[in-house]
Design a protein around this ligand. Structure first.
Ligand code: PAF
Length: 284
């Protein structure tokens, strides 16, 4: 791909990239659509990145289905697939890690201390190998989006970033490759996550300004059925990811929680200036 990427660049062909770990769903496919009209060719990378998984995490059982992925990519007008082997990306002797310091620490970073180092490192490699000039990421991974944005700015990378809204199931659950781990009863419980987020959105629109009260109300919703183990539930500044007490113009609410053995994340921007649309399919 690095030769191909360089060749395209020499020929003046602009390449758009959607980095993924495969097992594609509507969320990924919507990101390919986001590149329409913004580049000459669209590529998707599929690489289950070992250095962003911690010890005891799900790298060995992470779902893989390359045949189906290729079919979907063809159907969605993606011209190039880049799916390197782990040894190609991280040959023996590889020892570099890139760290976006402050943004990587809170929220997911508290529970997955090496995660964003692994993400930033692999994303930079993917940018370099493909020579993409634009790349699309989903806002479901909100902290990841902010980390990558900071890396691009800090390192003066010539890659334009575009971010796609979270794509949701009919009951509001954010699409994620990991949803397939959920047992039917857990799947039902998981729908409390978007319910709590939508509740927060409505309360902020109706004038609630105290972040603590919003978090308390959300915790009550998440605790209304057994089965959710919250790692973090926080209201933070959308740019710095530092905790906020007041909603002000807008705050970002982020959740990381286990439903059974499955770790799910979700988030929403709330507040009078947020412009966030209601999460469809939710009755609160
Ligand atoms: O969001 C993901 O799927 C991954 O974190 C990414 C950006 C492809 C890096 O491995």
């Amino acid at each position: 791909m690095s030769d191909h990427g360089a060749e395209l660049q020499r020929d003046g062909v602009s390449l758009g990239l959607v980095p993924t770990m495969g097992c594609l769903h509507e969320g990924h496919l919507s990101l390919i659509g986001l590149l329409d009209g913004r580049c000459d060719m669209k590529a998707v990378s599929i690489f289950v990145n070992p250095i962003q998984f911690g010890e005891g995490e799900d790298i060995d059982r992470y779902p893989r289905d390359e045949a189906r992925d290729m079919e979907l990519l063809r159907e969605h007008g993606c011209e190039l697939l880049f799916s390197p082997a782990a040894e190609e990306m991280f040959p023996q002797g590889f020892q570099t890690r890139l760290e976006v310091q402050e943004l990587s620490k809170p929220l997911c970073g508290m529970y997955r201390p090496d995660h964003f180092r692994g993400v930033a490192t692999v994303v930079l490699k993917l940018f370099n190998l493909t020579r993409c000039c634009i790349a699309a990421f989903g806002l479901k991974d909100y902290q990841q989006a902010r980390v990558i944005e900071r890396m691009v700015d800090d390192l003066n990378l010539s890659v334009e970033l575009v971010f796609g809204e979270t794509v949701r199931e009919p009951d509001g659950l954010a699409m994620s490759t990991r949803n397939c781990y959920l047992e039917p009863a857990e799947r039902e419980t998981a729908s409390l996550l978007p319910k709590a987020l939508e509740w927060a959105r409505r309360h902020a629109i109706n004038g609630e300004t105290d972040c603590n009260r919003i978090i308390e109300g959300m915790s009550a919703i998440l605790g209304s059925k057994p089965g959710i183990r919250i790692q973090y539930l926080e209201a933070v500044d959308p740019v710095t990811l530092q905790p906020c007490r007041e909603v002000g113009d807008s705050v970002q609410i982020l959740i990381g929680a286990f439903v059974g053995r499955t770790r799910l994340i979700d988030n929403i921007r709330i507040g009078p200036g947020s412009g966030t649309k209601p999460i469809q399919g939710i009755d609160v």
